[in-house]
Write a protein that binds this ligand. Structure first.
Ligand code: PEP
Length: 252
């Protein structure tokens, strides 16, 4: 069962003023002239989404970093999945560890947010990951399997679901699990997806995220059941991000 094209997604987090749009224009040019066999997505801060989408870039899709659990109402400062879809977002990152930890988002909330993203026609990139304590206690697989099972909403279909495995201790730290460790986790996630969706579940992309850079990307992206990357810091500059994307000149 072959998966769709790999996806290399950049999460800009709370970085980027108006001038940063130039990096996305540059990235779009670089990807357009390359042979990279992957899809490319940038999730900028919500303040930049509208102006970037108006550029009608052909080689870079635009997504968001979060949405609310509800579609409309008295939720000051929040943004709904429907609003993001209306702007032109194709994907929404859901349950990033910085939301799970910094905003108390548990699997129930993540499930509701993913449901909103999917209901309004975007693909939910559902993030899962273990803490350093869970990793050191040998609980990684148990934690990840439970997060994946509880975070995927009942309305999810294969076409609008992506999972991103991001160990919390690897995010922004320069530390990366072994290739064997990543393969073990991704293979367990793949099994859960097949249990949930039948054989079609094997078509869901499972991204790895956590300190991906140009030096480690080839090894990570060649790993069994790794179908792309979710990249934070190294996605902010077009050249750095393009070096990761270029790994897909060589990886199928
Ligand atoms: C992330 O925030 O999703 C992430 C993976 O960050 P970094 O690449 O900087 O570790």
């Amino acid at each position: 069962m072959t998966r769709p094209k790999a996806l290399v997604a950049g999460n800009w987090k709370m970085n980027g003023l108006k001038g940063a749009v130039d990096e996305i224009i540059k990235l779009n040019d670089l990807v357009g002239r390359s042979d990279a066999k992957c899809d490319v997505l940038i999730c900028p801060p919500v303040t930049l989404i509208g102006s970037i989408i108006q550029l009608n870039l052909k080689h870079v899709s635009i997504g968001a970093q979060d949405c609310h659990v509800k579609s409309i109402g008295a939720h000051t400062g929040d943004v709904s999945a429907e609003m993001l879809k209306d702007l032109g977002c194709t994907h929404i990152i859901i349950g990033h560890s910085e939301r799970r930890v910094g905003h108390g988002e548990n699997n129930v909330i993540v499930n509701k947010k993913a449901s909103q993203a999917q209901k309004f026609g975007t693909t939910a990139i559902i993030c899962v990951g273990e803490t350093i304590d869970e990793y050191e206690a040998g609980k990684t697989l148990e934690v990840i399997v439970s997060q994946v099972k509880s975070s995927i909403p009942s309305n999810a279909i294969v076409e609008n679901t992506i999972i991103a495995y991001e160990p919390l201790w690897a995010i922004g730290s320069g530390k990366v699990p072994t290739v064997g460790g990543v393969e073990e986790v991704h293979t367990s996630i793949s099994k859960v997806l097949v249990e949930r969706f039948g054989s079609e579940g094997a078509k869901i992309n499972i991204l790895y995220g956590g300190s991906v850079n140009a030096s480690n990307a080839h090894a990570l992206m060649s790993t069994v059941n790794v179908n792309g990357a979710l990249v934070g810091g190294a996605s902010l500059k077009a050249d750095d991000f393009f070096n990761i994307i270029s790994v897909y000149d060589q990886v199928d």
